[in-house]
Design a protein around this ligand. Structure first.
Ligand code: NDP
Length: 273
């Protein structure tokens, strides 16, 4: 049976095996998908050994940059993102690196939530790997403006500079902004510390602004709770992004696009347990 894994460290918490088993069952694909705890000091050795037999892999924290260097060939979006979350073995034995995180986010927003990004004012909080992966697919949708705000402003400036050829993108500090926007994406890991980035609530236009947290959990994240308190038009967490990036990887490997809706229902149920 074709073998797939998700590399990470730690990895026991990963929802990827559940998602891919559901996708395989739904589409009638014969495949096996497991977690693989890679040693922190030897991702390359672990990945090399896996790909003697394995067909494909997802890659999560902290190995996405190492997977970028491990891949023999890179997709255009992985090159832009500077990180790889999906590895596929090619017919000639080499390994292709791709990045489906940004595509997953955009699909969750545009397809699942029915929110068009075209002509919208977008604020992205954070300037880490997830933002780097999301910028190209977001800018490809033709937004009116994208502002990257980060605690360390220089990192936001570097990203804005790096992607400026793709559309209207600017950098900012958290507390410099006041005017309402149409979409706020929280791509900081502040929620892990139970915090909300210190931005003005006037950025939310009550009843209109969509607030999206890439984080997800059993309870609403601190950012989602903050957005609800300030009457955002719509509030979403990142579980849909997780399912969509997985579906995109599944499509790359198997050539079939699974329906994420039933998988999301199941995932939400598992999360609540
Ligand atoms: P990185 O570690 O690369 O970046 C973290 C970012 O968060 C940086 O911009 C950092 O700012 C900022 N940050 C950290 N702590 C705080 C804080 N207390 N207050 C304000 N800003 C803070 O992480 P990633 O980009 O890989 O991931 C970001 C988030 O997105 C994570 O929560 C991750 O779980 C989530 N994610 C979700 C996915 C999904 O499928 N749903 C996929 C990928 C990521 P600074 O530069 O100043 O340090």
């Amino acid at each position: 049976m074709d073998r797939y894994v998700v590399f990470g460290n730690p990895i026991a918490h990963s929802k990827s095996p559940v998602l891919h088993s559901l996708f395989a069952e739904q589409t009638g694909q014969a495949m096996q998908y497991d977690t693989l705890l890679a040693p922190l000091d030897d991702f390359t050795g672990c990945a090399t050994a896996f790909f003697t037999q394995g067909r494909g892999a997802n890659v999560t924290v902290p190995f996405k940059e190492q997977a970028y260097r491990f891949a023999h060939q890179l997709s255009a979006r992985a090159l832009r993102a500077g990180a790889v979350n999906t590895l596929s073995k090619l017919a000639d034995g080499r390994v292709l690196g791709d990045n489906t995180d940004g595509a997953g986010l955009v699909r969750d927003l545009t397809v699942n939530a029915g929110f068009s990004l075209k002509g919208k004012r977008i604020l992205i909080l954070g300037a880490g790997g997830a933002v780097r992966g999301a910028l190209e697919p977001i800018l490809a949708q033709g937004p009116a403006s994208v502002t990257i705000a980060n605690r360390t402003v220089e990192k936001a400036e570097q990203l804005a500079e790096l992607f400026s050829d793709l559309g209207p993108v600017a950098a900012s500090g958290f507390d410099w902004l006041r005017e309402p926007v149409d979409l706020i994406i929280n791509a900081t890991s502040a929620s892990l510390a139970g915090e909300v980035p210190p931005i003005a609530s006037s950025l939310i236009e009550p009843g209109n602004t969509l607030c999206y947290d890439m984080m997800y959990g059993k309870e609403p994240t601190p950012f989602c709770a903050w957005a609800t308190e300030h009457r955002a038009g719509q509030v979403m967490d990142g579980l849909g992004m997780l399912a969509e990036q997985a579906a995109e990887a599944f499509y790359l490997w198997r050539g079939v696009r699974p329906d994420t809706a039933p998988a999301l229902v199941q995932l939400r149920r598992l999360l609540a347990l």
